[in-house]
Design a protein around this ligand. Structure first.
Ligand SMILES: C[S@@+](CC[C@H](N)C(=O)[O-])C[C@H]1O[C@@H](n2cnc3c(N)ncnc32)[C@H](O)[C@@H]1O
Length: 234
């Protein structure tokens, strides 16, 4: 017998583990930072990420450098996982003397961007190899925003989260003030723990959103969800 969409959804929900932290908008069996987190980060510090940079990422990186050079810009802001790029245009207004680079792997999301300003550009690329490309080319950034990255909430998905990925130690080398936002506090707490493991200080705080800076931020704010932020400190 074929399940209807409703029945399939019901079956999926009923199968969820009982340990879900129900006060979190993100459904996960994790009720605290992942127990493997520090071991995973230590391994990624000890064994630097070696995966070759794909040709399409290299091309996106070259296009970004060409644009930066054309603007003679020394103050570079990265908006990784920018989605439709609304945040990139708003960050460009917040940093009028900077060049803002928005990065996302989804052509569909990027195609929905409404251009608004000249000191930012969106590029289609996987963020992690793009970060490696920038490092290879000696680029340093002043601010790095990572707004509402996919949470990958199953505990088996730790390595897909920014701080569980082998590219995570590159963030320190890229430099700049790092800001990560999420509606899942555990994600932000994990990021802060991982950041501390890079011998870098930072602060976790609750956000109060008056003017949302991205579409996901607006969606979560409108749903009344509590939002969290990690900010690196000097
Ligand atoms: C939850 S959305 C958030 C989008 C936007 N920052 C916002 O707040 O509205 C996450 C975005 O990350 C992008 N993404 C996920 N993994 C990525 C990766 N490794 N490299 C580049 N983009 C990625 C997805 O395509 C998606 O647009």
């Amino acid at each position: 017998m074929l399940l209807t969409d409703n029945a399939r959804y019901h079956a999926k929900v009923m199968k969820r583990p009982q340990t879900i932290a129900d006060n979190s908008p993100v459904q996960s069996e994790q009720t605290q930072p992942h127990s493997d987190l520090l071991a995973v980060v230590a391994k990624h510090i000890q064994y630097p990420w070696q995966k070759p940079i794909p040709e399409h990422t290299r091309q996106a990186g070259e296009a970004a450098l060409e644009w930066l050079n054309s603007r003679d810009c020394s103050n570079i802001v990265l908006d990784s996982f920018c989605g439709t790029g609304l945040s990139s245009s708003l960050l460009a207004q917040r940093h009028p003397d900077a060049c803002v680079i928005g990065l996302d792997k989804s052509a569909d999301r990027l195609s929905r961007h409404c251009p608004n300003g000249i000191n930012y550009r969106l590029f289609r690329a996987e963020c992690e190899p793009f970060w490696r490309f920038l490092l290879e080319r000696g680029v340093k950034i002043s601010h790095h925003y990572m707004l509402y990255p996919n949470p990958w909430p199953k505990s088996g998905q730790l390595k897909r989260r920014i701080h569980g990925h082998p590219a995570f130690p590159l963030l320190k080398r890229l430099g700049g003030e790092v800001e990560v936002r999420s509606n899942w506090k555990i994600y932000i707490d994990e990021f802060a723990e991982a950041w501390a493991a890079l011998s870098q200080p930072g602060v976790v705080s609750q956000l109060k959103i008056d003017a949302p800076i991205s579409l996901f931020e607006r969606k979560y704010r409108d749903r009344g969800q509590t939002l969290w932020q990690f900010r690196s400190s000097a």
